[in-house]
Design a protein around this ligand. Structure first.
Ligand code: GRF
Length: 316
């Protein structure tokens, strides 16, 4: 199994980063840390990460416009080959461009039971409100601060006499457990057959008059009462692959694609030369490209009348 490549962004202590890093040392952990970056070159977490043999990047945000600084970080993430980003005490508001570039691939940990107490002073606010429990949440990062779908939470009891500091240090223990586990689940999710099928389904059924059936045990997509334009193959004839089969758009395209990227493209057994298999179970699937491929395949089998309607719709 290849491990998902994760970069961690910090601003200071980096204890959550350390928790992610040490969890990643387990042989069965599905992710590895490829970079720890900070907006403060003196962040203590950077020293630890470097001593643990992880690539680091520290650069002060001072003197940079927000989007410009985010672009510097983005370039480093790309250079490190990161596929996911984990924010761990990263005290910077992010530009919409950066959030957009990492959409659905960036997580954050926040020390409250979201949606309660977004922003700062969460511990004090939970105590002041007389809550029985505070806690922590891991969520997907969206444009709004501490918003975005919550992936996991741990409630932590508030004890009589708790101060923000005593509560924070207890919540931190829970954070370290929650973040590593939730990140592991999250990166695994995108390799699950059902998740992959759902992603294809969404794009395939968005095409005009598309429907879904089963053929030889494979979910497949066609034009209502018409020809098939896509199959999702899962361990077909024991090949161990989860792949999308689509029609090619020109002779020799199958051979050309396989030649260009043999790790991703393959010749699907029993489908002949005018179909190509695209592996969905390796990292870095470009879902925009998959959507384009589905559309192109749909066009190969669509009746003329439907093609005409599609052309008109695409002009707008
Ligand atoms: C944590 O409490 C985290 O929830 C919040 O910032 C703090 C970072 O601590 N976002 P550390 O740097 O991970 O030790």
């Amino acid at each position: 199994m290849t491990k998902a490549k994760v970069a961690v962004l910090i601003s200071g202590r980096g204890s959550n980063m350390a928790a992610l890093l040490y969890a990643a040392k387990a042989p069965d952990c599905p992710y590895e840390i490829v970079l720890v970056a900070a907006n403060d070159p003196l962040a203590p977490g950077l020293t630890l990460a470097a001593a643990e043999g992880i690539a680091i990047f520290g650069h002060s945000h001072k003197g940079h416009k927000r989007a410009e600084f985010d672009q510097i970080i983005h370039a480093q993430l790309q250079k490190a080959g990161a596929h996911y980003v984990a924010l761990a005490g990263y005290m910077r508001l992010l530009s919409p461009e950066f959030v957009g570039a990492w959409e659905n691939r960036m997580l954050n940990i926040h020390p409250s039971l979201l949606p309660k107490y977004k922003g700062l002073d969460t511990h004090q606010r939970a105590i002041d409100a007389g809550d029985t429990h505070a806690g922590c949440s891991v969520h997907i990062v969206t444009a709004e601060l501490d918003d975005g779908p919550v992936l996991g939470q741990t409630p932590v009891v508030i004890l009589p006499g708790d101060t923000p500091d005593t509560l924070a240090s207890r919540i931190l223990i829970a954070e370290h457990q929650l973040y590593a586990r939730t990140l592991a689940d999250f990166v695994t999710r995108e390799r699950q057959p059902d998740w992959l099928l759902n992603r294809v389904r969404e794009a395939a059924l968005a095409l005009p008059q598309a429907d879904e059936t089963l053929s030889h045990g494979m979910p497949c997509f066609g034009i209502v009462k018409g020809k098939k334009f896509a199959y999702v193959s899962r361990d077909h004839h024991g090949d161990g692959i989860i792949g999308l089969l689509v029609k090619t758009t020109a002779p020799e395209e199958q051979a050309m694609l396989i030649d260009r990227d043999p790790a991703r493209y393959y010749r699907p057994s029993y489908f002949g030369n005018d179909w190509v298999g695209i592996r969905l179970d390796i990292d870095d699937t470009d879902w925009d490209q998959i959507t384009d491929r589905l559309r192109a395949s749909w066009r190969q089998v669509a009746p003329k009348k439907l093609l005409g309607l599609m052309d008109v719709a695409e002009e707008f």
